[in-house]
Write a protein that binds this ligand. Sequence first.
Ligand SMILES: Cc1cc2nc3c(=O)[nH]c(=O)nc-3n(C[C@H](O)[C@H](O)[C@H](O)COP(=O)(O)OP(=O)(O)OC[C@H]3O[C@@H](n4cnc5c(N)ncnc54)[C@H](O)[C@@H]3O)c2cc1C
Length: 400
Amino acid sequence: MNFSLSEKDEKLFERAKEFAKEHITPKAIELEKRNDFPKEVVQKAYEAGLMNLHIPKEAGGPGLSLFSETLVSEATGYGCAGIATSIMCNNLAFAPLVIGATIEQLKEYVEPLITGKDAKFGAFCLTERKAGSDAAGVATRAVRDGDEYVINGLKCFITNGPQASMFTVFASTQPELKHKGLSVFMVPKTKGVQMGHIENKLGQLNSVQSEVIFEDVRVPKNALVGKEGEGFKIAMMTLDKTRAGIAAIATGVAQRSLDEAAKFANIRHQFGQPIGRFQGISFLLADMGARTAASRHLTRYAAWLADQGHDNSKDSAFAKFFAADSAMQNAIDAVQIMGGYGYISEYPAEKLMRDAKLLQIYEGTNQVQRVVASGRILKESVNLDTGFKVKYDGQDAPIP
Ligand SMILES: Cc1cc2nc3c(=O)[nH]c(=O)nc-3n(C[C@H](O)[C@H](O)[C@H](O)COP(=O)(O)OP(=O)(O)OC[C@H]3O[C@@H](n4cnc5c(N)ncnc54)[C@H](O)[C@@H]3O)c2cc1C
């Protein structure tokens, strides 16, 4: 076992950290006041080669591992979770295609979006007003008409919706089959694709979400990813991977909260000494440090499992809920450690706190992550022999 990064990953991580230090961290609070998409920063990230990392080389991408991707997400998340969400959203939008599309489809639909001079965007369109955690409830319909599909429906909360040139759309081809009737399509910004309401949010104001409306949108039959009915499976496989990315952004937020709080605790004096000397403050810092380190290990392990081709469902759920909860708790503690200054928007902690909340909600709420993880734990325990023989409710353990 080796905990050090490879030379290539070390360089990538350093490059992403330098980028965040120069282009994200100093500008994030100012940019947030615009409450808009941080176009110029995202363009710079694209030019610096920090976007679209998982697209295979055959389709014009760098073909990096999920592990490498989490390093960039952590570094950009340290600078600003909202900007990181804007930069890394293509990972979510294109992941279903990397999983389910052919190389020919990737070359046709994705390569033109990732190889030009300007950054271009995809949007992942799963959520609807009546289908959030219960993704099987998607009402958007795709109906086959000759060599085309006709898509109708309304998606909401779609990150980078207004910026996107291509939409990865989950639509039902056979509603009576529920989740087994779900399919996924690559939909360019074409006739019938319209932006609806732009969402106003609590935090992550450096990212944009909107409704996306599909009205009689016609796509050729080769816009279908995989086979009809494979949409739900592809969505779940996608989220198993991309949750490590959210956990990595969360690790960045947790680390930043710790760093800002520790810096402040050294400088701020009360009762004739730095506040960091008070045990009430220093123990908070110790817990924040442990949570950050544990988040990082869980995240990298979940990504490594996926890169090795292992099932990482349980571990990516662990990473996502633990790192997101840690980011939230660390941000709250940073506000507390900074006292009144923690609550003031010229200081970094209040933004960290607002930004962190979303990490517990998007790409599957932390409750849903616990549903996924506990489901696996119970399944794995059925045939578990702990070596301890006892009767539970009159039955030999383990309970069959
Ligand atoms: C800023 C932002 C960006 C987003 N970006 C995208 C995007 O790009 N693409 C996209 O498709 N979606 C996106 N989403 C949607 C996001 O993934 C959903 O909001 C999330 O999955 C939860 O769905 P919901 O909001 O409908 O809540 P609901 O599913 O209605 O959940 C409400 C509450 O019930 C709990 N709950 C639900 N089911 C269970 C259960 N089985 N057990 C225990 N508790 C449960 C939830 O945890 C939550 O606390 C985004 C959302 C936001 C806010």
